[in-house]
Design a protein around this ligand. Structure first.
Ligand code: ACO
Length: 328
């Protein structure tokens, strides 16, 4: 079946920002009774970046957004929507996206945040694509930015060693396609949530319940079990919607939570690790920022070529999980 003049949401540029402070595994407090060997063997994480005092989610989102605009060769007035995926906003409201909009000098269009924890960027990208394809926006700045260091329980060694801070961004642009899966741009997405698993990963505070920000609580082993199975399933579901299969994939850009989850998912998809972008060793788990960070780092290294098929997949608190299939 052929169609013509379909609007596609195509990635026009990427950017990222990492806070200056690098925190290697060896620097965790001795009272935690952890080790570089344990952290690397269980998670693949060697170091992460932490935001400086006085450095906020909006600051990192602004840096990453500006870098993505530069990489796209666009000016602030070219952007008509800003979407930030985050679970760690500066304020309860307004949205971080409006702070980004103001700082970058974008004076029109609309801006809002999306909260789907570690799956946030996949949810944001799928929603931005919907807005582009519906003609609501021509160019959308989509950002993932997090300061998880501010919601860690620094006495819980099972969780605090896994997370880091950072931001990544991309510019989505409306371009005309044919409707075939050979088009550039987002070809399909698959989004899922199952709230019955909320106890596996949550933050024990919030505006209406405690009036505090709270701390992250996690059942790591149970999460691990869900992650590999659900990530492979959502990647296959998105590929199926696009009329493609795992053997068509050139690159997987997974949520960077744990190297063992990344490897297990690649194995379930029948993919060689050479096709998987891995940054978890340097960034840790930056939640909604992890996929755009990995995407931007890989793009700056020139790893993607036009026409490559990419699959982005993530799972996080909710549980919420999903995948986006796109052609570079
Ligand atoms: N250092 C040393 N020992 C530790 C540490 C640590 N940092 N953390 C836990 N341990 C100990 C535990 O106390 C336990 O000891 P015990 O056997 O004496 O009770 C032992 O190590 C094994 O603990 P497990 O939790 O069973 O270890 P596991 O092999 O499952 O690895 C991990 C833990 C890394 C958290 C793993 O379960 C995991 O990665 N789960 C997914 C969690 C995740 O990625 N969360 C991010 C958000 S969701 C997402 O993004 C997918």
């Amino acid at each position: 079946m052929t169609q013509s003049n379909v609007i596609r949401a195509v990635i026009r540029g990427t950017g990222h920002y990492l806070p200056q402070r690098v925190f290697p595994n060896s620097e965790f407090d001795a009272s935690l009774n952890t080790s570089d060997e344990w952290i690397v063997s269980r998670s693949g994480i060697e170091r992460r970046h932490f935001a400086a005092e006085g450095e906020f989610t909006s600051d990192m989102a602004i840096h990453a957004g500006r870098a993505a605009l530069e990489n796209a060769g666009l000016a602030p007035e070219d952007i008509d929507a800003v979407i930030v995926a985050t679970s760690t906003p500066d304020y309860t409201f307004p949205a971080v996206a409006t702070q980004v909009q103001a700082a970058l000098g974008i004076r029109r269009g609309f801006a809002f945040d999306i909260q789907a924890v570690c799956a946030g960027f996949v949810f944001a990208l799928a929603n931005a694509t919907g807005l582009v394809m519906a003609g609501q926006a021509k160019r959308v700045l989509v950002i993932g930015a997090e300061t998880f260091s501010r919601i860690m329980d620094w006495t819980d060694r099972a969780s605090c060693v896994l997370f880091g801070d950072g931001a990544g961004a991309l510019v989505l642009e409306a371009q005309t396609g044919t409707g075939m899966n050979t088009d550039r741009g987002v070809l399909a997405s698959d989004l899922n949530s199952d709230g019955q698993y909320c106890d596996l990963l949550y933050v024990d505070g919030g505006v209406s319940r405690t009036g505090t920000a709270g701390h992250l609580r996690m059942q790591g082993r149970e999460l691990f079990r869900h992650a590999v199975e659900k990530l492979a399933a959502t990647a296959n579901a998105a590929l199926d919607k696009a009329g493609l299969q795992a053997s068509d994939i050139d690159w997987v850009v997974p949520h960077q939570a744990n190297l063992r989850i990344i490897r297990g998912t690649a194995q379930k998809l029948g993919l060689d690790m050479e096709k998987v972008i891995v940054t978890v060793q340097d960034h840790g788990n930056t939640s909604a920022a992890s996929i755009p960070l990995a995407l931007s780092v890989a793009n700056s290294e020139g790893r993607f070529k036009p026409g490559d098929l990419l699959v982005l997949e993530a799972i996080g608190g909710g549980l919420s999980w999903g995948a986006v299939v796109l052609r570079w």
